[in-house]
Design a protein. Structure first.
Length: 272
């Protein structure tokens, strides 16, 4: 019988091809399933993101007390043994829309054991961010001042660095204020109010962390509460001798002209 050419593939070859196509189809199906699940998760996350427009933030202000001591002074070693390295005070920042109120928060009883001048411990700062207005109540060396001025204009440089503060993903920004004070801030755009502790503001979101490395001082949020804030809660401070920032600075320079290096530290603490 003559040989036959062009015959059909055998049954084993057919099964092999079919199995290969089934395998490819399964892999494609699995990949497609994962893509759909991932896309669904992204949509769900986007739906669940909450952009806070009002609430309350607690800040811990931390100061390195050892940094103010003279390293070459033998008495400093005695002082270090008698006091903690860091001093922590707490402040609350209420915010609603374009308004913020920074004020003293819960008491830290450990501070009752400390002595010395208490600078910027009782500051109350109201900010109307959309009109760049600020009213601050400051107790400066036992004298109460009401500082009415514009909010501080800060030339921020936003970086790619990020960290989590009080559960919020934050982005880093750097700046120089008061001519020489280097500032590191961390802000989140999940809170739309562009404010922050003390006089720090001007970023596209709420500042939850501030560090002044050379002043050995920082403010970081410990918790954020999504709570209603009424107009009464954002009460503008009204007590104290009315003065501008420029006038306050000039007065301090005159009063502290014989204070040596302590004058600069005190000036920064008051004016920040």
């Amino acid at each position: 019988m003559p040989a036959m050419y062009g015959t059909r593939p055998g049954i084993h070859a057919t099964r092999h091809v079919t199995s290969e196509w089934l395998h490819r189809g399964s892999v494609f199906t699995v990949i497609l399933l994962f893509v759909n699940l991932f896309a669904g998760a992204l949509r769900l996350h986007a739906q669940n993101v909450i952009f806070l427009e009002h609430g309350k933030i607690e800040f811990e202000k931390k100061v390195n007390l050892y940094a103010d001591l003279d390293e070459d002074d033998s008495w400093s070693e005695v002082e270090k043994r008698a006091m903690p390295k860091f001093k922590s005070t707490y402040f609350d920042l209420l915010f609603s829309g374009e308004k913020t109120l920074y004020r003293p928060g819960r008491e830290n009883t450990d501070n009752n054991k400390l002595y010395g001048l208490k600078v910027a411990q009782d500051n109350v700062v109201f900010s109307q961010l959309d009109s760049s207005k600020s009213i601050s109540q400051k107790n400066v060396f036992e004298e109460l001042f009401l500082v009415k001025d514009s909010t501080r204009r800060i030339q921020w440089k936003i970086t790619d660095e990020s960290r989590v503060v009080a559960g919020f993903s934050c982005r880093r920004a750097n700046a120089i204020v008061m001519d020489s004070v280097y500032v590191v801030a961390f802000y989140t755009d999940d809170i739309v109010t562009p404010g922050g502790p003390e006089s720090f503001s001007g970023l596209p979101g709420m500042i939850l962390g501030v560090s002044l490395p050379h002043q050995h001082m920082s403010w970081f949020a410990t918790r954020v509460e999504n709570t209603e804030v009424s107009a009464a809660d954002l009460r503008i401070p009204g007590k104290g001798k009315k003065i501008s920032n420029a006038e306050l600075k000039a007065m301090l320079k005159d009063r502290m002209k014989d204070w040596g290096k302590f004058a600069q530290r005190s000036m920064e603490a008051v004016m920040l």
